[in-house]
Ligand binder design. Structure first.
Ligand code: NAD
Length: 369
């Protein structure tokens, strides 16, 4: 199929409004930018750097940002970009600056960090274009991973969701897939509510102790040795074994498609809060819901990062970011769960409907409608 046909086949009443391909012949930098929708304001979305990033992936991620930003009530639409390069081998500053020059006139897109890019990358982009979020502290940024912005939102989700499923957080058990920037602080925030971490995984394996893991010690072990499996007081299992451990709260905080139709039936949890992006396929989410497991969708549960990015962009502080995460995620989680339980619908279906209506209403205020 011709690329034009393929691109237009995947458009709907929201977008994407613009797909831009960049190629810089001297450095051979190649990139894709998708501006999905800007009705609510300039699109915020991360810059992914990976060798295998595709138009389709960037388009799906841009749409997820449109919904995430709309759900969080931010004055921003959704976009995303992908630089086709291996972040481990390229001269990152050169590639990122070249990319930034290419998007300089794309005023309606504000880049943020994503897989393969970080706050330094955002500093280079800001230097070239005067637009970027997720900046270093020295440039007025709020270090969202350091403060655990996304993880805080995950804990706020648990505060709300527990009442819908009569779950007492004090003494509840949790398992966390991926012990990184989201997983580690999520364990801390939930432990403050009395939740006990019984297992955590990373790419090397899973550590399990039904009596509970010491979170501070586990973070120290992960940071100093590179893996949770070097923690002493627990049983070491395979990475993939994490999802079969019986738990109350499961937090996927690493890879896409960890739970699919093929393994959804082995999951034994009461509540799943999606810290990662697209960790569970849509059909598997439905299977889990039908089995009485409540799943809070990614673009609702992990909005803490982009809420902080927006607060930073508008000149706010980390304390304002925490307040905004709490009020926003409390409101959006309640809004969705009220409908899920009164209208007997799936959480993602409900959340997409609500977010889409918000985008369509924002579009009505724009002249071009
Ligand atoms: P990270 O790189 O800091 O941490 C990822 C962790 O997952 C690492 O500990 C890594 O070892 C582990 N891991 C890798 N492969 C694994 C596997 N197969 N099984 C189990 N663990 C594995 O990344 P992060 O910033 O914590 O992001 C995690 C997820 O959350 C991603 O999907 C990301 O898109 C999403 N997310 C992050 C933020 C944020 O603020 N950082 C915001 C929204 C969404």
């Amino acid at each position: 199929m011709d690329i034009t046909e393929e691109v237009f086949k995947n458009t709907d009443e929201i977008g994407p409004e613009k797909i831009v391909y960049l190629y810089e012949p001297r450095t051979r930098m190649k990139a894709i930018v998708v501006i999905d929708n800007v009705a609510a304001g300039p699109a915020i979305g991360g810059v992914r750097m990976a060798q295998d990033v595709t138009t389709n992936e960037v388009r799906r991620l841009a749409r997820a940002m449109t919904y995430k930003n709309a759900m969080a009530g931010l004055p921003h639409g959704g976009g995303k970009s992908g630089i086709i390069a291996d972040p481990k081998t390229v001269h990152k500053e050169q590639v990122v600056r070249t990319f930034a020059r290419g998007i300089k006139n794309l005023q309606e897109y504000i880049p943020g960090p994503d897989m393969g890019t970080d706050e330094s990358s955002m500093a280079y982009i800001y230097d070239e274009t005067s637009r970027a979020v997720g900046l270093p502290l020295e440039l007025g940024g709020i270090p969202l991973d350091e403060i655990g912005a996304t993880a805080y939102g995950v804990a706020v989700c648990a505060d709300v969701a527990k009442d819908y499923i009569s779950l007492d957080l004090n003494g509840a058990r949790m398992t966390i897939e991926g012990f990184g920037n989201v997983g580690k602080p999520a364990a801390r925030f939930l432990a403050q509510r009395g939740v006990i971490l019984i297992a955590a995984s990373d790419s090397k394996g899973t550590i399990y102790n039904p009596a509970g893991l010491n979170i501070e010690e586990l973070i120290r072990v992960k940071d100093t040795t590179g893996s949770v499996i070097n923690y002493k007081d627990g049983e070491v299992l395979k990475t993939t074994d994490l999802i079969i451990i019986s738990t109350d709260i499961f937090i996927p905080a690493a890879r896409p498609d960890v739970i699919t139709e093929a393994n959804a039936d082995v999951v034994d949890a009461k509540l799943i809060i999606e810290g990662a992006n697209i960790p569970i396929t849509e059909d598997a989410e439905k299977m889990l819901h039908d089995r009485g497991i409540l799943v809070i969708p990614d673009f609702v549960a992990n909005a803490g990062g982009v809420i902080t990015a927006s607060v930073e962009y508008h000149g706010g502080t980390d304390m304002q970011a925490f307040d905004r995460i709490k009020s926003t995620i409390t409101r959006s989680t309640k809004e969705i769960l009220d409908k899920v339980y009164t209208e007997k619908r799936y959480p993602r279906e409900t959340a997409v409907d609500i977010a889409k209506q918000k985008v369509l209403r924002a579009m009505k205020y724009r002249e071009w409608m």
